[in-house]
Design a protein around this ligand. Structure first.
Ligand SMILES: *Cc1c(COP(=O)(O)O)cnc(C)c1O
Length: 378
């Protein structure tokens, strides 16, 4: 019997000096937070993205929770989040008692539709949380103007968009606050991890406190105070330096990782172009002012049945391809917020397929995915 090699949807891989750095961290005897490698990661993010402050955290979810605490989100507040996103984008604010207001997405980029903001913003709106879907930027200039006019904060959930740009400006540098994910499914990873990027100088000191269980321990560690104490709300959001060591192994070769992913993305795009045209499938749209972050490759099939059959067909070929977000307002918990449907999110969510996409994917494996789609009898 011929053994067919399985092609996973995602897998992490060594890209540089992760093993060396992890072992250095272990041998140093300093694997708590805010040690050598955490500082290296933060300095790199700050200097490449040209932002005032980066703090590595236990996850992107936790960085979003920090953002909600930092902005004093309260019961009764409204926070605008795309319908088509991961649950954490909304949950972090719901945890503070806020109501998530789900906004529909654009048909082309699947990013929140900025033209709907005007009709959704109320006196209670405290924040907008744009998600740069697949690492392609939201219309940040428009969103910024609207937010400024209404005095509303912007928190970029930049889990997909690290090292992407819009009009030449780095994603993550637009919002008052931004969050990153280093979960194993993301471009740059340490298994589980994240970061809070702080573009507003006034929020830096309190962010350090919230991240350190509500204490001013960061000041103490820098020798700025004699002892540290409980000064505010907070929780345990600090990343272990052992994970930061692995993370730095990835981060310092970010350009190599992004280039490998760019090549993979382009091979899918070219390889599936004719097929997409003849089968009325849509390939991703990347507006000309966006330099995307090469986070994923997806297709929008003409019908939900077509999408579901293609997933089953690929499974038979030993290839894992997956759907993505379910519209949040239609999830069991999301329904409790009793909001109108978001038609584009609903429609696209049923027709979208994500193809296997990971930095060390071989050309042979990618060809197999492409060929399996070309051979699909639909
Ligand atoms: C992955 C992801 C998150 C959560 O990241 P974690 O680091 O796993 O907490 C949040 N938002 C979006 C859009 C994501 O894709």
């Amino acid at each position: 019997m011929k053994i067919i090699k399985h092609i996973p949807f995602n897998q992490s891989s060594l890209q540089g000096r992760e093993l060396e750095y992890s072992s250095k961290a272990i041998k140093s005897g300093q694997i708590g937070g805010d040690q050598y490698f955490s500082k290296k990661c933060q300095n790199l993010l700050e200097s490449v993205l040209r932002i005032p402050k980066a703090l590595v955290t236990t996850s992107c979810t936790h960085a979003l929770e920090m953002a909600a605490i930092l902005l004093d989100i309260q019961p009764g507040d409204e926070v605008i989040v795309p319908s088509f996103t991961f649950v954490s984008t909304a949950n972090a604010f719901v945890l503070r008692g806020a109501t998530p207001i789900f906004i529909d997405v654009r048909k082309d980029t699947l990013n929140l539709d900025e033209s709907l903001l005007g009709s959704i913003i109320t006196e209670k709106t405290k924040a907008i949380v744009p998600v740069h879907y697949a690492g392609v930027a939201c219309e940040m200039n428009v969103i910024q103007k609207i937010a400024e006019r209404h005095g509303i904060a912007i928190i970029e959930d930049n889990a997909h968009g690290l090292f992407g740009k819009s009009n030449g400006q780095w994603l993550g540098s637009f919002g008052n606050l931004s969050t990153l994910s280093f979960h194993e499914t993301k471009n740059i990873t340490c298994g589980e991890g994240g970061a809070l990027l702080i573009n507003d100088h006034n929020l830096i000191e309190r962010a350090e406190v919230i991240r350190e269980k509500g204490t001013n321990r960061s000041k103490f560690s820098r020798g700025e105070i004699q002892k540290y104490s409980w000064v505010d709300l907070g929780s345990s959001y600090v990343m272990s330096d052992l994970l930061a060591a692995y993370l730095y192994g990835h981060l310092e070769v970010w350009e190599k990782i992004q280039l490998a992913r760019k090549n993979l993305w382009n091979r899918y795009h070219v390889g599936l172009n004719d097929w997409s045209i003849t089968h009325s499938a849509l390939q991703p749209t990347v507006p000309p002012h966006c330099e995307q972050a090469w986070h994923m490759y997806y297709l929008i099939l003409p019908t939900p049945e077509f999408r579901d059959r293609l997933i089953i067909h690929l499974k038979k070929c030993s290839i894992t391809a997956v759907f993505h977000y379910l519209p949040l307002e239609n999830t069991p918990f999301g329904k409790s917020f009793d909001q109108a449907d978001c038609p584009n999110s609903n429609d696209l969510s049923k027709r979208l397929i994500r193809l296997p996409f990971y930095t060390n994917m071989s050309t042979e494996d990618q060809n197999k995915v492409i060929d399996s789609i070309l051979n699909f009898e639909c």
